[in-house]
Structures are given as C-alpha cells and as structure tokens.
Design a protein around this ligand. Structure first.
Ligand code: ACM
Length: 812
C-alpha cells in the first residue's frame, strides 16, 4: 500500500526498543527432535517433516537413510541441470550445518548415494515439479525440468536441516511428489522509497529460492527515486536517484539520500536470480509516481515543463508523465534498455494512484484527448498504457500493471496485478485477462505484525502471520475457465517504513513462510496448526543464518486481567498470558513463565490460566515448541504503581472517527533498528487514554515526538484536521471524557522545528474523581511538523500511604 491516505484502524503509540529476538546469531545446541529421534512409521504418528512450503504429496514409509561423511551427491555425467542443483545443495549444507558431501558425476550411480537426475520419465509431469524418494539404500531426486530439480534440492536441504549434530544424519523413508499450485509466485521489493544494497537484493533472492518463489518484482522507479541506470538518459540517476529528506543533515544523517543500480549490477542480479530459477520483473511506474523522472527531465516528460525536486513525501504526488509523442518516445527508449537488461516476458508499468490533476489542467493533454476522441482522463490513462503495451508487444514482451489500469477500460494486451483487495483480479479474470493477486490486506508486508509495544515501524492494519496464511488467490466466484487466468500471487515489501535491511528481514520472515504455502502448496495441504509445527525448525534455520525474523506470532503478551483500579486498591494483580497463535484451537506453543526474575525455561511454571501476584511483581514469559525449543524471545513486564498508571502504544486508543495509523521511526531514513518508534495519525493528531482513574492524580506526563510531516495526501489533504491553538507553537491539550470535554490542561509545545525530537511534556491536573477517558490532542499547526504521543503517565498527588504500592526499582 503506497497510499497513506486510506482509512485505517487504530493507531497506538509508544517509543520502544525493538526486540532483539532472532538476532542471536548461531544458536548452539539445537535440538531437532524430528531427525534425532527414531521415525515412527504409522501414518499420523510420525513427526511432521520440517518442510515449508508443504509438498503436494508425501507418503511416509518404514525405515530411514543414514547420511555419513562418505555419502556422495551423484549426478549423471553431462547432466548440467542436476550438477547445478547439487552444487547449490552441497554449498548450502556446508554453510548451514557443516555437512560436507562430495559431488560425483558418474555414468553408474554410486550405492548409498543421493542421486539427482534430470529425466524425461520422471514421475511428476507438471512443470517445476519433482519426485523425491528416500529408502534405506539412498535418496533419489528426479525432475523433468531444471527448476523442478532445484526445488527438489531445496526440499532435501530442509530435510537435512536444522540439526545440531555435525556429521551423521538420518532422513526418514518417504516418497514425495511435488509441484506448484501457481506459476507466478512473486515477491515485490520497493527499491525507490528506500534503496537496498546488491547484497540485500541477493539475500532476498536466496530467501525466495528457499521458499520456491520464482518472480522477483522489482519496483525501481517512483516519486522518491529512480534507481535504474539508463545510459541514454543519465539525469534519471544523477538527478532522479537522490533526494533531500526533511531534517537532512541533522542527527548525523547524510544531507541527501539515494542510490541506483548500475547496469552491470542489474545484469549480475538478473543472473543470480536466474541461477535460482527466479525471473526478475522490473517495474517502471507510470503515468503516476513519476516525480523523480520529471525531476530529471522536466522538459522531456513533464506535463508543465517545470522541474520539481525528487519527492520526499510518501503517498500520492501529483506529477504525471506527459502524454505527447516525445514523452512516449522517451519511455520507449528507456524500455529498450530495460528489455536488454531483463529477459522477463512481463514488464510491469505500474499504473497505480495516478491522480489526474496535471492532465486535467494541461491544455496540451486536453487538446490531445479531444483529437483522439477520448472523453475522460481515466480513459486517457488506458490509451497511454496501451501505447506502452503495444511497444512491449512489438518486442515480444507483455505488460502488467496495478489494478487501476482497469479504470478507463483495460487495454487488450494487459495483465492485472490486484492490490486494492481482490476485485480488480476478479473483474480482469472475467474479462479474460491474466491476473496476479497481491491484495494489500493479506500480502503487504510493510504492515505491522502485532500491537505490541516492541513492534517496529509499519502501517496499520496489523497483518499477522495467520491472515497471510489464510489467503486464497482463487476467489470462489470464478469459474474454472476464469480461474485459469490467475497466474498466481505476490507479496510486497513497500519500503517507506522499511528503511534498512534489518527492517526488511523483520517484515519478511516468517510471513514469507506463510506466503510460500499460499503460492506453492495445494489447498488440501494447507493446515495452520501443521504449518506452525513446521515453522519451529524453520525459525531454527533463521537463527543459524542470523536472519532477524519477527517473533510476533509467538511473543507472549503479559496483560492485566482486571481493572487498574481494583489492582491498585487490592495490591494484587491478576495476570493473563497469551500470544497470537494461542487462540485456543491450535494449542501450539506452550507458555512458561517466572516471577522471580529468572529466565523462563520449559522447566518453569507452565501457564494454565490467569494467576494472582502481589504488587510489585515482574513476570517473564516465553513460548516453547513441544521439543523444548524457544519460539520467541522472552518478554518481561513489571506491575507496580507507576507502570499501572502508564499507558504505552498498545493501550492508547484512536480518537473517534477512526484514523490513518502509521508507526514511524523518530528519525527519517534511519538504518539503525533500535530507534524509538511513535504511533502517529496523519489526519488527526489525537489519542484517547481510556478509563483513567483520576482520584488522587495530580499531574500528567507525556512522552511525545516531533516528526516530519512528509505525506503526499493528494485529494485527502482536506481530511487533515487542525485544532485551535492558544500559544504560537500549539499545545498538547488534555480534555475530560471526550474531545469536546472540559480542558484539564494545556501543555505548550516548545519552540523550534527540529525534526526527530523527543518531547517530555508534563503538567498539573486539577483534582477529579472517578474514571474518565482523557482526550489528548496536539493543536500545533497542521501544515507544520507532525506530533505523536508515545507513553502517557498519570502521577499521583502524593506518594500512596500503603507500602505495597510504593514502586520498587524499575527494570533495567
Ligand atoms: C500500490 O500499492 N499503490 C500498488
């Protein structure tokens, strides 16, 4: 979702430090029960195979094959596809579990070998499919195409990892027949909003290969940057690849931000992808999201001829490509270089979020429309897209665009990628066009993964693992023939709020695992509890590879089960534990906890229901898989007088009428994952502290932040609400009961406009009694910086007399 202007649900605030879960590096002493214990043989009793995505068919048999240091990877002499697959496998096994297997090219396979062969009589006939057989004498992998062999080798890699024993390993006897449900299994990376290194791109390609994904959709141009070297038009990257963000030069940030991929780097990446059976589909966004191109060549492609800066505003910006012959010729010339670099049949041309103000205001565009007999600007976009589509077609390529290209009538040549839900795909498939489903609500990985206070940057709504897993690209309303137009599905990494490689990994893993089963596995094999069981060994692989995956699905939420009021007056807290996957049905991930400050282990108390603790108390909790491996980092929470009167991100509520929520880093373009993050609402700088007990409260303290207001809101600009202010820079206003209630205090905002600043606001509150909502809103000018609330603390007038309420030492 690139637009920031869609109505979204609750935004909640709080500066936090990100979890370090997953950045543990190599974990020693893995326990891999699946392979370390004897394999049970009766169906239903065998531990699940550690495979993601789940293969189409798996049969388990008696017995197992023992791999030793003498086991070789055997390929027929001259079988280059098999050789490539086993060389990749051998390197992976050595890297990830120090298992060094020799590779042998031979006319007769060695006994007790892992035999890999490309053969036209392999038992799986579907493209990209493979057959894998394990028995006491060895392992056999066959496929009819090289992609199938590659994917079979990935399955084999998963069967052989993770394991703590460097050396002998056993694989249970089985027969696997596997092939993909969809032929387009995509991942999109936005390299325009933030720029990633070549190494990061390759790391993503590796992750795709391991998950049997095969289309890397590379979003290379947008308002905020043009990232692809075009030799004919050097200004696209000398000018278009660089922007000056708000606050640039402050906080040690570079004065400009940007970068681009040279054509040599692109060739290297395309070859790297191809070796992993991944097609790179480049996207050049047009006619909108064109500001960087217009900044580079305003006279060639701009509508007005005026030169804008490369944009620093996320969202929807007004700059479009001009529609005249010169602009289209420029695009054709760019496409000539693009087609030389990218062998992909499909070229993505964007087409999304092009507000037509510039075309409406341009006499030249209006005259051209009249001459072409085109009545609306949406229809003009169709004509424009069709011109580009015809050029691509002439060169043997095909055009794909976002679902907005449906709006003015879909050009015959176009395929559609549906992002605004699934309706675009349904409509296009009914019209006989090929479609790819990338709906924002299910597959946009820049969305938050939880409402935890330790959640990093992202967009509301929350997109948890289970929602990704539940997505089905084939809508039930489609006939079989229409469903045949569904090429597949794609997850996206829009990068406005993913400024670093760390953020990208955190957003991607393990949602990519859930997505891989959406894209590859057959509906009959989809099984949420089974997936969670298979995810445990996958997380171990991530730890071994040093991948900072998100543990949001398993992280334990430690909550007060009962009112703050009752807790404070009784001196006893009733505490509940839970996590996202513990929904009562799957029963997965046992939660253990301690109250003595010790690290929870599987030997610690097992959570069975809410429990009582005297104040002050500290609870530490962690979820474990059945074999005792930890599924998430330990979470800890202290309950005392002060913490019970402090609300952080999770507890603050949006003001009435909904909001447009974002969780933003304190500083823009920040590469360090440990920056505090604040929940902001672009349209109304307002939050509710619900049900505050005000008896004995004498003051309020608010941790807030001054952030850049760099959002292209286009026609939604009118939704930004400003509140009247009493002092020049505005105040944080606290009102009783509702946002129309009596003003309890106004805390003036400090002078200045330095961005990325934390503000510690404190003020006295007049005496009140009873329980009230508090409406807190910033009255700063709505055309200035954005203010966001982090935590809010209510401070008693005097220390409570009861000794158990005195807050002990705070947690380090
Ligand atoms: C999009 O998210 N604007 C395709």
């Amino acid at each position: 979702m690139k637009s920031v202007s869609t109505g979204r649900s609750s935004a909640q605030g709080g500066p936090v430090r990100r979890s370090t879960a997953g950045r543990l590096g190599l974990v020693i002493g893995w326990a891999m029960a699946m392979l370390a214990t004897p394999v049970l043989t009766r169906a239903g009793q065998a531990p699940p195979l550690p495979l993601i995505p789940m293969p189409a068919q798996v049969e388990r048999h008696d017995g197992r094959f023992e791999i030793t240091g003498d086991t070789v990877l055997s390929v027929p002499t001259g079988d280059t596809a098999a050789l490539a697959a086993v060389q990749d496998l051998a390197a992976r096994l050595q890297h990830t579990r120090s298992l060094k297997l020799g590779v042998r090219q031979e006319s007769t396979a060695s006994p007790h070998a892992i035999r890999v062969a490309l053969t036209s009589d392999a038992p799986v006939t579907e493209p990209e499919g493979y057959a894998l057989t394990v028995d006491g004498d060895g392992i056999s992998l066959t496929a009819r195409d090289s992609a199938g062999l590659f994917y079979g080798a990935m399955t084999l890699w998963q069967l052989l990892t993770p394991d703590d024993r460097h050396g002998a390993v056993a694989v249970p006897a089985m027969s696997v027949r596997d092939w993909p449900r969809f032929r387009w299994r995509g991942l999109m990376l936005d390299s325009a909003r933030h720029f990633q290194s070549v190494d990061t791109v390759k790391h993503l390609l590796d992750a795709m290969a391991e998950h049997k994904l095969n289309v890397f959709h590379w979003h290379l141009t947008d308002d905020q940057g043009w990232r692809l070297q075009i030799t004919r038009y050097p200004e696209l990257t000398t000018t278009g690849a660089w922007r000056t963000p708000p606050g640039a030069g402050a906080h040690g940030e570079p004065a400009r931000y940007g970068g681009f991929y040279t054509q040599a780097q692109v060739r290297d990446i395309v070859a790297y992808a191809s070796a992993r059976h991944i097609t790179v589909v480049p996207e050049l966004d047009m006619p909108g999201h064109a500001q960087a191109a217009v900044a580079a060549y305003p006279d060639r492609v701009g509508v007005t001829g005026a030169r804008p800066p490369v944009s620093v505003d996320w969202g929807v910006n007004p700059y479009l490509y001009a529609t005249h012959a010169g602009s289209l010729a420029f695009i054709d010339n760019v496409l000539d270089e693009v087609m030389t670099l990218f062998p992909s049949t499909y070229i993505h041309v964007g087409g999304d979020e092009a507000i037509k103000d510039q075309w409406k205001a341009s006499p030249a565009v209006q005259a051209q429309m009249k001459q072409l007999g085109i009545k609306t600007e949406d229809a003009m976009q169709s004509w424009f897209i069709d011109q580009v589509g015809k050029y691509l077609e002439k060169h043997g390529r095909r055009l794909i665009g976002w679902d907005e290209i449906l709006e003015g009538g879909l050009p015959a040549s176009a395929s559609v990628m549906s992002w605004r839900g699934t309706q675009g795909a349904i409509d296009a498939a009914r019209l006989g066009h090929d479609v790819v489903l990338a709906p924002g609500g299910s597959l946009y990985f820049d969305h938050l993964q939880s409402l935890r206070a330790d959640e990093p940057n992202g967009r509301y709504d929350v997109l948890p693992l289970k929602t990704v897993y539940a997505f089905d690209p084939i809508d039930r309303s489609l006939t079989a023939a229409q469903a045949g137009h569904v090429l597949g599905t794609e997850a996206t990494l829009w990068s406005e709020f993913l400024p670093s490689a760390w953020h990208i990994d955190h957003a991607l893993f393990p949602r990519i695992d859930a997505f891989s089963e959406v894209a590859w596995s057959m509906p009959a094999q989809r099984d949420w509890p089974g997936f969670l069981t298979r995810l445990a060994p996958q997380l171990q692989r991530y730890r071994a590879l040093g991948i900072p995956y998100a543990d949001s699905a398993f992280a334990v939420d430690i909550t007060l089960d009962g009112s703050v009021d009752a807790t404070l007056s009784s001196g006893k807290a009733r505490i509940a534990l839970g996590n996202q996957v513990d929904d009562g049905s799957a029963g997965y991930g046992q939660i253990h906890y301690s109250t003595d400050g010790s690290e929870p282990t599987p030997a610690s108390a097992r959570y069975a229901g809410p429990f009582d603790l005297g104040l002050p108390a500290t609870v530490r909790a962690r979820a474990f898989a059945a074999d005792g491996t930890a599924l998430a980092a330990t979470r800890s929470r202290r309950f005392d007088d002060e913490s019970l009167r402090t609300l952080s991100s999770i507890e603050l509520r949006p003001c009435p009428d909904g909001d447009s929520g974002l969780r933003l880093p304190l500083l823009p373009d920040l590469a360090a994952p440990d920056t505090p993050v604040y929940n902001a609402d672009i349209f109304r700088a307002c939050k509710i502290y619900p049900a505050a007990r005000l008896d004995g409260i004498g003051a309020i303290r608010v941790d807030a932040a001054r952030l850049p207001r760099n959002f292209g809101l286009a026609h939604d600009q009118v939704k930004v609400i400003g509140y009247p202010r009493a002092t020049p820079f505005g105040e944080l206003e606290v009102r009783l009961d509702s946002c129309d209630g009596a003003v309890l205090t106004r805390l003036p905002l400090p002078a200045g406009d330095a961005l990325g600043t934390r503000l510690n606001l404190r003020g006295d509150l007049p005496a009140q009694s009873g329980q009230h909502d508090l409406c807190m809103r910033f009255t700063a000018p709505s055309n200035g910086p954005l203010y966001a609330i982090g935590t809010v603390q209510l401070i008693p007038t005097a220390k409570p007399a009861v000794s158990h309420l005195s807050s002990g030492k705070t947690e380090p």
